[in-house]
Design a protein around this ligand. Structure first.
Ligand SMILES: [Zn+2]
Length: 201
């Protein structure tokens, strides 16, 4: 499975473009849609769908534009409600938020998009509706887990106890972790080096 990474927007968010056979899946279209669309045409496949890990503006500010171009946008209902309550943090960062309406709400379970089987895990803590997407041994964690770190839990709907439970859940997986910001890592490395969850817990 070929995965392309673009670093976009004011908070240097990772936007991932996953190549399926006939289409592309974009995880967290951060911003700067022209760059995402240019990459897609360079690859030569249409963007079939957009998966959002959570509702912070820096992970979804290009969703509207990609949707206009024909992509289907999926996210958790809980985090869409967070957006509707004005808690997407765009105003806080002085960024104009491009409002959108998701095509489908998803939660924990298995889905299939563009011919790719995807395990959706509910991983609350950074936001209440944060989702992690697992495609084979590729794990898209949004802002739940970072290289040697975890996401902030002091923002609206954040929860410090919930993120520890989510980390434990993620540590039962193996694979490459594509994080929301910064470098990718592996679940094995994070499990072995985590200062948040001890391996014997
Ligand atoms: Zn976030």
């Amino acid at each position: 499975m070929k995965i392309h990474t673009l670093v976009l927007g004011v908070l240097d968010t990772n936007t991932y473009i996953v190549e399926a056979d006939d289409a592309l899946i974009v995880v967290d279209p951060a911003d700067e849609p022209d760059k995402i669309l240019a990459k897609a045409s360079e690859i030569g496949k249409p963007i079939g769908c957009v998966l959002l890990t959570h509702g912070h503006f820096d992970h979804c500010n290009a969703a509207k534009r990609l949707q206009t171009c024909g992509a289907k946008v999926l996210m958790s209902k809980t985090d869409y409600e967070m957006i509707e309550n004005g808690l997407d943090l765009a105003e806080f960062c002085d960024v104009k938020f491009n409002k959108f309406v998701p095509d489908e709400f998803i939660g924990e379970g298995q889905i299939e998009l563009c011919g790719v089987k995807i395990d959706v895990l509910a991983t609350p803590g950074h936001t209440a509706g944060s989702l992690t997407y697992v495609m084979g041994d590729n794990i898209f964690s949004g802002d739940v887990i970072f290289y040697l770190g975890v996401g902030r839990t002091d923002l609206p709907t954040g929860d410090g106890n919930a993120i520890i439970r989510s980390l434990k859940k993620l540590f039962s997986l193996d694979g490459v972790v594509y994080t929301g910001h910064g470098r990718a890592t592996t679940m094995k490395f994070e499990r072995e080096h985590s200062v948040y969850v001890k391996s014997n817990e």
